[in-house]
Design a protein around this ligand. Structure first.
Ligand code: C2E
Ligand code: CA
Ligand code: CA
Ligand code: CA
Length: 388
């Protein structure tokens, strides 16, 4: 049996040079824990892989892991600083069932992530103490990590119908993941992407892809079109979001007013001042901002008057029973007039029937989106749809 460990140094919050020096010093201590015949590899970031020599047992891997943790009790002295660090270690063994080295590594990584969740300074052994839900999440994470490279991600577009003009004025971009012959729904993988920050590269890809496709349709004379892109709070908080959006608009030539960023009320809960500044920057750039899932969050409504918002999206929850529940009808009607008085447009989501459409039209709702008009469509289908 070969035992493989993988661990991560907790080194956030240092300058880059400092991190390099910690890594070198760390590797030196690590080597002290190994025997001749063991292999040490640096994987980049702050992650190493240790391959124990043939014939090692899980018990020995556990022993090495303990020694590594012990080595980290004493701080590193780097320049004038004392640097304390801890590691999370994952162990997986080569069982007769799993001979594939990639699979062994993946399991060791899964065990390491599990250890990290327990807090740094822990060791995890693959399969031990992991319930099936944790295992499922951790495995999804490692598959999602390669989804971008393997081109398994794709975007769909759901048309938005303007009720006044009776034509398609825009569409919402919805992410899809084709993996292993299955379609995994964003409801399943977006939370994993958010938790692991994979949402940052994925979100940037969505933005670029959506802008490029839209500009191509505009160039073909199929416009004007406004494309909406969903942004997670994690993306919204990223320091470089504004720069990314600006660069995507330059690279694709998409006019700023053709891009709408969909955000949820969650961005108003923490640090409203930072939120206001970011929104003002997008407003100045000329992009549109839509408030998604309106009415389902837990934040105060006062933000509606103090933030530059262009569009309010009424959540499907209010539209669903619009025709049967007078209370939902009252809520929809009030939300629409509130938005109009604040100079915002309204899109109703999840419109599935003609009856709902008729009521929303009577309430002066500006646009509708939902299965009644069209499901989200692959790019080629969407193109055919807007040509007709
Ligand atoms: P959302 O932004 O509220 O998107 C609307 C969801 O409602 C979509 O689900 C859409 O397919 C579905 N939908 C549209 N019309 C109808 C209808 O008439 N009836 C019903 N029952 N459903 C309808 P989807 O595509 O599964 O996306 C789920 C959520 O995943 C989205 O909710 C959004 O929060 C998130 N998401 C999707 N794509 C992205 C993305 O690129 N980035 C981020 N950060 N989140 C995304
Ligand atoms: Ca780290
Ligand atoms: Ca949305
Ligand atoms: Ca929504």
């Amino acid at each position: 049996y070969v035992d493989i460990d993988r661990f991560k140094v907790i080194s956030e919050g240092f300058g880059h040079n400092m991190v390099d020096e910690v890594l070198v010093a760390f590797a030196e201590r690590l080597e002290r824990c190994l025997r001749e015949g063991d292999t040490l590899a640096f994987l980049g970031g702050d992650t190493f892989v240790v391959l124990l020599q043939d014939g090692s047992e899980a018990r020995q891997a556990q022993h090495v892991a303990n020694q590594i943790h012990m080595q980290l009790i004493a701080p590193f002295h780097i320049e004038d600083h004392e640097v304390f660090t801890k590691a999370s270690i994952g162990i997986s063994t080569v069982a007769p069932m799993v001979r594939n080295p990639e699979e062994v590594l993946r399991r060791a990584q899964t065990a390491m992530k599990h250890a990290r969740r327990l807090g740094s300074g822990h060791t995890g052994v693959y399969g031990e103490g992991m319930d099936s839900k944790t295992r499922h999440l951790l495995e999804m994470e490692s598959k999602l990590r390669s989804a971008l490279d393997r081109q398994e991600l794709t975007i769909y577009f759901q048309p938005q119908l303007c009720l006044g003009e009776n034509r398609i004025t825009g569409m919402e971009t919805l992410l899809r993941w084709k993996h292993g012959g299955k379609m995994i729904s964003p409801g399943e993988f977006i939370p994993v992407a958010e938790e692991t920050d994979l949402i940052l590269p994925i979100g940037e890809w969505v933005l670029r892809e959506a802008a490029a496709k839209t500009m191509r349709w505009i160039d073909m004379g199929l416009g004007p079109l406004r494309v909406a892109v969903n942004l997670s709070e994690r993306q919204f908080r990223a320091q470089n979001l504004f720069r990314i959006v600006e660069q995507v608009l330059i690279d694709t030539r998409l006019p700023p007013e053709c891009l709408e960023l969909e955000l949820t009320e969650s961005i108003f809960v923490d640090d409203p001042e930072a939120t206001r500044q970011t929104l003002m920057a997008f407003h100045k750039l000329g992009c549109k901002v839509a408030l998604d899932d309106f009415g389902t969050g837990y934040s105060s409504m006062s933000y509606l008057k103090s933030f530059p918002l262009d569009t309010l999206k009424i959540d499907r929850a209010f539209v669903m029973d619009l025709t049967s529940d007078p209370r939902d009808a009252a809520l929809c009607s009030s939300m629409i007039s509130l938005a109009h008085q604040l100079n915002m447009d309204v899109i109703a989501e999840g419109v599935e029937s003609q009856e709902q459409l008729i009521i929303l039209r009577a309430f002066q709702c500006d646009e509708i989106q939902g299965y009644f008009f069209s499901k989200p469509l692959a790019a080629d289908k969407f193109e055919t749809f807007i040509r007709e």
